[in-house]
Design a protein around this ligand. Sequence first.
Ligand SMILES: [Zn+2]
Length: 181
Amino acid sequence: MVEIEPSRRWEQSLRYFRWKLTSKVSDTAFEDLRKNLIQDGVEIYDLRAIRSYLCEQLGIERRRYHCCPTGCIAYTKQYANMRECPHCRIPRYYESLELVEAALNGTGPFTDLTPRGYYDYIPVIERLRQLFAIPEYAEKMRYASRLRREKDEEVMRDIWDADGMKHWETKGLGSLSHSLM
Ligand SMILES: [Zn+2]
């Protein structure tokens, strides 16, 4: 359910989350701060809850992908059904191979499996939609059409002034890219 008025706890959590982003604080350091705040009587939500809350409020759908915990691969495309990393051989899940096989064969519950590594991804279209929803960023993202209006043949200002882009413009594709930017 979408909350119209965030509770005091949510308001505090979002304020600290904003501080985390603007100050470039790591997830680990934020969690450390959160634990310290709890000792001082200030209870804010953890990062997982805050990110889920924001996605829900903004209508953002995240996609979760499993990956090797040491960063070798993501379990997508040719790796999608693998049970272990083909490079370092670290198993994909914490559970026993029997449970994993049962889940992947459809004879056991898939939801019981816990991946050793994963990341959440917000699709690029969703990112663009959110950026265009902020007037300041929407204006910045239209810079290519501004460049086109303010032609300067003497200077290479950006990729949009490159020969390749000019070529596509003659093919009628330039207006498409400019309309996106
Ligand atoms: Zn690996």
